[in-house]
Ligand binder design. Structure first.
Ligand code: NAP
Length: 414
């Protein structure tokens, strides 16, 4: 009996496995991909071409990706009669590293969001979104080059947990009655309600990833972003638990902002990573006014979502905004943006965000040479001023090219 109903496993390629608490990556690894809805097919095609060319150029015949299509969204619905087939989850669980195009959230499909469901079911608790500037891209700020941050967004909790009740529903009446009668609240009866869970365990595992990354990449600081002055037991606790984790698990490598002022005359001791926190609203002005003071941000789900789009806008928009959803071993790599339906199948949008996500995936595999080549080549292609519409409208004297042509330019510049 075949292992899957519609997924075809590439022959003569191998599976990534977990060995000694690390992923072990064969030279001819099977990588599942979800093409995605809307602009997904356009950007996925361009991305795979760039990745294959970069791997070939970096490693010759030694390494190669065997792409394996798996299905979600509209394509899955046409094929299986469901938006998120079980075998899609089991393939990602088995093959561990996957690339994903954007997915539309089906109205009345029984899911709040396919993207959120994938992250929650696969326990991909850290959403990692690097935001950096490529020289030549138009920007609404004077010094976009000062922005070079990596956002670690908690990916499973907060208001994204999906616990909410509609105004007037049987459930909301029950909850309001309990809160007003038993807990002394005064919630208006015509309210809708949502629940915002933030746990110590999820906060700590996110913060652990952020500090480990800062150590590995020799970053200067990790900033906890929260609205703890108002939401003390959720966002305030997020900051407290973040500090606690950093002090308990990384004591020799970190120093807190408080300690810097109390014990070190306001100077960060050499070689230590500064752990600080900022209130979310202040953080939005800080990224505009002093982006150079920040490099890794650890955020609850909603703050991280808002901040990553705002930060991306400062360096030229969503067309160059990559991302990764990471769990203990599984990595699902995807652009920050959605399906941009008005541009579907027009060979028009910027594939850069998915290509940069794929470069993050190559780094995750340990194939850094190919990843670096891609990032450098995107930089060169933008410096040459051959760009897609989104970048062209912000640059003077640039030539507009389509999605596939932009991908081809990146291949040529590798
Ligand atoms: P969107 O798809 O992110 O698009 C918003 C705008 O961002 C586009 O109109 C376009 O701006 C710009 N943009 C997005 N991708 C671009 C690219 N590759 N190149 C250049 N510009 C790009 O947001 P949306 O229209 O709000 O959402 C559409 C659907 O996507 C919804 O169903 C939503 O649920 C879904 N979604 C999915 C994901 C995901 O799969 N992870 C994430 C977010 C949203 P201009 O029109 O100004 O050029």
């Amino acid at each position: 009996m075949p292992a899957y109903k519609h997924i075809k496993i590439p022959s003569e390629a191998k599976q990534i496995i977990v060995k000694d608490k690390k992923i072990s990556v064969p030279d001819n690894s099977i990588i599942p991909f979800i093409e995605g809805d809307g602009i997904g097919p356009d950007i996925m095609k361009a991305t795979q071409k760039v990745v294959d060319a970069a791997v070939a150029k970096a490693f010759g015949r030694k390494r190669k990706i065997a792409w394996m299509e798996i299905y979600a969204g509209e394509k899955a619905n046409n094929l299986y009669g469901e938006w998120l087939p079980k075998e899609t989850f089991s393939a990602i669980k088995k093959y561990l590293v996957a690339l994903k195009g954007p997915l539309t959230t089906p109205i009345g499909g029984g899911f709040r969001s396919l993207n959120v469901t994938l992250r929650q079911v696969l326990n991909l608790y850290a959403c990692i979104r690097p935001v950096r500037y490529f020289r030549g891209v138009g920007s609404p700020v004077k010094h976009p080059e000062k922005m070079d941050i990596v956002i670690f967004r908690e990916n499973t909790e907060d208001v994204y947990a999906g616990i909410e009740w509609k105004k007037g529903s049987k459930e909301v009446k029950k909850v309001i009655s309990f809160l007003n009668h038993k807990m002394g609240t005064k919630i208006k009866s015509d309210s809708g309600l949502g629940v915002k869970p933030i746990s110590v365990s999820s906060t700590k595992r996110l913060m652990r990833k952020a500090v480990e990354f800062a150590i590995e990449q020799k970053k200067k600081s990790v900033t906890l972003v929260h609205k703890g002055n108002i939401m003390k037991y959720t966002e305030g606790a997020f900051a407290d638990w973040g500090y606690e984790l950093a002090k308990n698990e990384f004591r020799k490598k970190i120093v807190t902002e408080d300690e810097v002022y109390k014990k070190h005359n306001g100077l960060v001791p050499k070689g230590k990573i500064l752990i600080k926190d900022r209130i979310a609203d202040s953080m939005f002005q800080q990224i505009l006014l002093r982006p150079e003071d920040y490099d890794v941000l650890a955020c609850p789900n909603l703050n991280g979502d808002y901040l990553s789009d705002a930060a991306a806008a400062q360096v030229g928009g969503l067309g160059l905004a990559p991302g990764a959803n990471i769990g203990d071993y599984i990595g699902l790599f995807e652009a920050t943006h959605g399906t941009a339906p008005k541009y579907a199948n027009k060979n028009m949008v910027n594939p850069g965000s998915l290509i940069l996500s794929a470069a993050m995936m190559l780094e995750y595999l340990g194939w850094n040479k190919a990843a670096d080549m891609i990032v450098n080549s995107i930089g060169k292609t933008i410096a040459d001023k051959t760009v897609t519409y989104d970048l062209q409208r912000q640059m003077s004297g640039a030539t507009k090219v389509g999605t596939s042509e932009f991908g081809d330019c990146i291949v040529n510049n590798l």
